[in-house]
Design a protein around this ligand. Structure first.
Ligand code: MN
Length: 197
């Protein structure tokens, strides 16, 4: 699911979302973002920079900091890198209509090494259906595992916190830390300030 699928679904004369550069540069710094998205169904979108695009999953309940919690993650089309900065209101009638905030963002690194101690590219890990990454966000930090549990039309993944210093079963940042790390606004404030009506 590449850039063309992303573009086909959107009317860029109407939606404030980025169209994406035609030739994205390979960035050495790899970003991640977790958008909170108040669409027809409220959810979070985890996006990891991989090979010049943001690989994306819709995570209905958002990330947990409790290693015992398995969070369903449904793959969605790759997004352009600039989408990591997107916060605003997708207009009614457009794909994904609703308010988006930058719920968390930062850098991530790859945790998986091969038998020779060489890092396994994240793209390769994802193709194999199991990836481990270390997220350094403002709300979320530590290792997370993404595991594909079903393929085909109903492809599904699970997002699970690894048991490390970032694990904390008592935290529940999805509900207790709602504001944008980009602008400090809540979903409602973004909707009120940037929505049409
Ligand atoms: Mn979404």
């Amino acid at each position: 699911m590449g850039r063309e699928a992303y573009r086909r679904k959107r009317g860029f004369s109407r939606t404030p979302e980025p169209r994406g550069a035609d030739m994205p540069s390979e960035s050495e710094k790899r970003r991640f973002v977790i958008h909170e998205h108040d669409a027809s169904t409220h959810h979070f979108d985890l996006r990891l920079e991989v090979a010049g695009v943001l690989r994306s999953w819709a995570v209905p309940k958002g990330p947990s900091t409790d290693p015992r919690e398995k969070r369903l993650a449904l793959p969605t089309e790759d997004h352009p890198l600039e989408y990591a900065d997107f916060e605003g209101v997708i207009p009614e009638g457009e794909y994904g209509a609703g308010t988006v905030v930058v719920w968390d963002a930062g850098r991530y690194r790859n945790l998986k090494v091969d038998d020779d101690g060489e890092p396994v590219p994240v793209a390769e890990q994802l193709a194999d259906g199991h990836a481990t990454v270390w997220l350094e966000g403002e709300k979320i930090h530590g290792g997370y595992a993404l595991t594909r549990v079903a393929q085909g039309e109903d492809e599904r993944w699970l997002l699970v916190k690894m048991d490390d210093e970032g694990a904390d079963a008592r935290r529940n940042p999805v509900s207790t830390e709602p504001t944008s790390v980009s602008t400090g606004r809540t979903l409602k404030e973004v909707a009120d300030e940037e929505g049409d009506a």
